[in-house]
Design a protein around this ligand. Structure first.
Ligand SMILES: Cc1cc2nc3c(=O)[nH]c(=O)nc-3n(C[C@H](O)[C@H](O)[C@H](O)COP(=O)(O)O)c2cc1C
Length: 169
């Protein structure tokens, strides 16, 4: 029988980085993201997947701001401290020869809290809350919050400011 996936285990050059193969672990939020106490466990969880051979791991979703977090006190990556706390996770995967991408998430109407916001006033089928429609300014601020988190994720050691991130979009 011929191998239907001849390139699966071949390296992939993405230009800015190289993957050792094309096996991608999809994003699965497992709850350890939501407490700084669990950073070590989360690092070990992903390191084990990298040891197993995954070329690229995508983390479970990390929030970009409070209104968009999945639930109150859910994991977020929008401050210098939060980016710094994330570093051991990235390092643990790199130490095993893998690569890891953080998923930045605004949960919109799926935010499980009464202050949830979305592009329009709408209720998700799986939460009891109806999201409030964001104003145009709030939408622009949300785009800026994505940029802020992306800058912090890419350069966790810097103290990128929100205003810098807004100028970048
Ligand atoms: C426990 C669990 C947590 C998940 N968390 C996320 C998440 O944080 N972000 C995301 O984009 N998808 C998340 N997903 C969706 C998965 O990435 C995947 O798309 C989904 O499970 C469909 O794939 P499957 O049919 O192979 O299960 C999650 C799925 C599961 C089962």
């Amino acid at each position: 029988m011929t191998n239907p996936y001849p390139h699966l285990l071949a390296p992939l050059d993405l230009g800015f980085t190289q993957l050792r193969n094309r096996v991608l672990m999809g994003s699965m939020h497992i709850g350890l993201e939501d407490s700084p106490k669990n950073v070590g466990k989360l690092a070990e969880f992903y390191a084990e997947r990298a040891r197993g051979g995954a070329g690229l791991i995508v983390t479970g979703g990390f929030g970009i701001n409070r209104s968009g977090w999945l639930l109150p006190l859910a994991g977020k990556l929008s401050t210098a401290g939060e980016a710094q706390r994330h570093k051991p996770i990235t390092q643990a995967v790199h130490d095993e020869g893998g690569k890891i991408a953080v998923q930045l998430l605004h949960a919109g109407r799926y935010s499980y809290h009464p202050l949830s916001v979305s592009a329009s006033r709408t209720k998700s089928p799986i939460t009891p809350f109806t999201a409030r429609a964001m104003t145009g300014r709030e939408i622009v601020r949300t785009i800026g919050d994505y940029a802020n988190s992306a800058v912090r994720a890419a350069r966790p050691a810097t103290t990128a400011s929100r205003s810098w991130a807004r100028r970048a979009i």
